[in-house]
Design a protein around this ligand. Structure first.
Ligand code: G3H
Ligand code: 13P
Ligand code: ZN
Length: 328
């Protein structure tokens, strides 16, 4: 059944687990996520970005998610809109049937320029008002995602600040988190603790200096009833980087957010963990490997089935690590 995000996150908080929120753009990702959830009996959050809507078209995405609900009626599914750049975008998503929206007011409508606190609160409050009026949950964001050492926001197209950021912008303070939740009434709060979108998060395995899980603990201690969201939470599996590079790819040395660090966050109030890049890497690795091994094959179903298998394994791993097994 289609459910709101608030329902799932409240359940996750009561039962001390966290939910991965996977981005979805196509049939193969949707199948991988649902088959994995079905196998371990986990609830599902799928999210569609502006890029996904541009790629697949909003009606196709909507029906892809509705098809998942139809095929797996016993699994609760949240249809979430990722990184809404304005209240208008969020309103259109609600009209399309999304049960949850993110108003990302940490950046201006261009999705590039860091905004003022006042702008963020005004936009987010507005979205909370019209969303709650129709039973839709809202995620807001305070702080700008970026690497705390380099000031780089990440290379993701369309989602992420442009230019160097300063350290304070990129590390959400306890006081800002407290004020923002009070001023907006959001159901879930995304914070900035040193992660960024895409594959190039850290140039070496992250230490506590650049990945500030301690800040999650402080925010959770101050706001025990707030559901915390971690963006940019792909782990960038080294084994998939190797498969890609062994099969003609060229991805430089890079590191993601270790699963153990996310699990530590989940012990301290993290309830939603956004993952897109890991499924992209697994999918690309699976296709490259298949193409190398089967140069005469040309039926797309053959290599796309390999992408489903690869992505499904990542989904299962995250559902198990985050404690979702049997929670559907
Ligand atoms: O939030 C970032 C996600 O990875 C979505 O990326 O805009 O390329 O679909 P995208
Ligand atoms: P990754 O790029 O780390 O997968 O993060 C995805 C994300 O935060 C989507 O909102
Ligand atoms: Zn994000």
């Amino acid at each position: 059944a289609l459910v709101s995000m608030r329902q799932l996150l409240d359940h996750a908080a009561e039962n001390s687990y966290g939910l991965p929120a996977f981005n979805v753009n196509n049939l193969e990702q949707m199948r991988a996520i649902m088959e994995a959830a079905n196998q371990v009996n986990a609830p599902v959050i799928v999210q569609a970005s502006a890029g996904a809507r541009k790629y697949a078209g909003a009606p196709f995405l909507r029906h892809l998610i509705l098809a998942a609900v139809e095929e797996f009626p016993h699994i609760p599914v949240v249809m979430h809109q990722d990184h809404g750049a304005s209240p208008d975008v969020c309103q259109r998503s609600i009209q399309l049937g999304f049960s949850s929206v993110m108003m990302d007011g940490s950046l201006m409508e261009d999705g590039k320029t860091p905004s003022s606190y006042e702008y963020n609160v005004a936009a987010t409050r507005k979205v909370v008002e019209f969303s709650h009026a129709c039973g839709v949950s809202v995620e807001g964001e305070i702080g700008v995602l970026g690497n705390l050492e380099t000031g780089e926001a990440g290379e993701e197209d369309g989602v992420g600040a442009v230019g160097k950021l300063n350290h304070d912008q990129m590390l959400t303070s306890v006081e800002d988190a407290r004020r923002f939740v009070q001023d907006t009434g959001v159901d879930a709060l995304a914070i900035a603790i040193g992660t960024s979108h895409g594959a190039y998060k850290f140039t070496r395995p992250p230490t506590g200096e650049v990945l500030r899980i301690d800040r999650i603990k402080e925010i959770h201690a101050a706001l025990p009833n707030t559901h915390i969201v971690m963006h940019g939470s792909s782990s960038v599996p080294q084994e998939w980087l190797k498969i890609i590079n062994d099969n003609g790819g060229n991805i430089g040395e890079t590191y993601g957010v270790p699963v153990e660090e996310i699990v530590e966050g989940i012990k301290h109030g993290v309830r939603k963990v956004n993952i897109d890049t890991d499924l992209r890497l697994a999918s690309t690795g699976a296709i490259r490997q298949f193409m190398t091994e089967n140069p005469a094959e040309f039926d797309p179903r053959k290599y796309l089935a390999k992408t489903v298998e690869a992505m499904k394994q990542i989904c299962i791993d995250r559902y198990l690590a985050f404690g979702c097994e049997g929670q559907a």
